[in-house]
Design a protein around this ligand. Sequence first.
Ligand code: HEC
Length: 182
Amino acid sequence: MKGFVLGVIVAFLALGFAFWFVLKHGYINFSADREPSVFEARMAMDAVDASTDRRAPDQKDPIQPTEDNLLAGAKLYVNHCAGCHGIPSNPESQFSQSLNPEAPGFFKDAPDMSDNQNFYIIQHGIRWSGMPAWSKTLSDEEIWQVVTFLGNIGKLPSRVQAELGSTSSQPAPMPKGMPMNH
Ligand code: HEC
């Protein structure tokens, strides 16, 4: 029994050392233009989803989807989000392709998460991805306006669609709050 316990401890130590060695000696490639392994993509995606499930506060969108609120959400979206998440005339922005994980194009695939989960993700961002935390840039009310906008993306009134420049062929603008690496 003693030998078995010792064996388990040694196995764990060896595993820990192997893990440290692989990380420390640069065997993991962090380049964004490299496909992650199926294992990494699956694990990371599931972990982010589970973390959002666990943490997103159980609250309802306090904002009504009136035209004014949708318009306010659309303006915020164009200024801060469109550069990565696209606009109707350019649903796959250049950034969405260059980021790894890619930024989902919301005019290709409408966001399918609940309002409270979208609120949580927009507020806190997603570490190790290009998704910034907006809590320092936008007020809670503004975040809810964007959430309301995203929740109604398939049925926007024409005044709101016009705000998105849906007839223009201009590429999406650079997001204002985009963090730059130097
Ligand atoms: C610099 C690029 C960038 C900007 C700007 C940006 N995002 Fe993101 N966003 C991402 C990336 C990349 C992901 C995917 C992260 C992942 O898969 O883990 C993401 C994910 C999301 C998600 C989760 C989508 C899902 O279904 O999993 C939401 C919601 C979201 N962003 C909303 C916004 C909103 C709203 C804004 C503007 C206030 C914004 N994002 C600005 C890059 C960006």
